[in-house]
Write a protein that binds this ligand. Structure first.
Ligand code: SF4
Length: 226
């Protein structure tokens, strides 16, 4: 019997799913984060943050492959933690936000560990970053994002998991709230809200485009042209 009788890639169901998934992939970041400040990026250059909220097209957008790989890693950790005795999985991918400062974020996982409710945030990192956190503790960007997610969810405990993206080694840190960090992000957001309301971009924070952040910034070409 010819396979095409029972295997189809051009019928109503498969074409509907194919086009819907492509649209979802295209929109996946902008749907949640289009107009507001993403808790994951609050240590970045203000101009870069504003480019995102203005919906400027990135010169080098994050690839879907990268996003999928991160999601697979997050799911692996959620499954692992859920299987630990006396740990109860409560929720994953909870969207949290703060209306006063236009901040939003997604919590990877929420668990009950003993008598504590705990946020879990999972990131994969490269070898250089892994060596750095071995000596100096978690990356500042990750501390700030987990602080914001604790603040927005009113959950007082969090776990940062950093996984080495080559060999699967990992480091785990327990983080608790620290108000000065939240205050400093709120101040940063308050200034950025003014730029947003007036439709203006802040000045560049660097003198040339070869600094560490500009080198990895997805708006590098747009920012420095002209
Ligand atoms: S290229 Fe540099 S200065 Fe421009 S938005 Fe990006 S990080 Fe900021």
């Amino acid at each position: 019997m010819p396979e095409k009788i029972f295997v189809k890639s051009d019928d109503e169901v498969s074409t509907f799913l194919d086009s819907s998934i492509k649209t979802a992939l295209f929109n996946r970041n902008s749907v949640v984060f289009g107009e507001v400040f993403n808790a994951n990026n609050m240590t970045e250059c203000n101009r870069r943050i504003l480019y995102r909220t203005f919906g400027v097209k990135a010169d080098n957008p994050i690839s879907n492959e990268f996003i999928w790989r991160e999601e697979i890693i997050k799911q692996k950790w959620i499954n692992l933690i859920s299987s630990i005795p006396h740990v109860r999985f409560l929720e994953k991918n909870r969207v949290v936000s703060d209306a006063s400062f236009y901040v939003t974020g997604i919590i990877d996982g929420i668990f009950k560990i003993g008598n504590k409710v705990v946020i879990v945030d999972i990131s994969s990192i490269n070898h250089k970053e892994f060596e750095k956190i071995n000596s100096n503790g978690p990356i500042r960007k990750n501390i700030v994002k987990i602080m914001l997610k604790m603040w927005m969810s009113e959950i007082k405990h969090s776990i940062l998991i950093h996984e080495h993206n080559d060999n699967g080694k990992f480091k785990i840190f327990h983080v608790t709230p620290f108000k000065p960090i939240i205050d400093s992000v709120c101040n940063k957001c308050a200034k950025n809200i003014q730029y947003k309301l007036h439709g203006k971009l802040p000045d560049r924070e660097y003198l040339s485009n070869d600094c560490a952040e500009c080198n990895v910034c997805e708006f590098n070409l747009t920012c420095w042209k002209g």
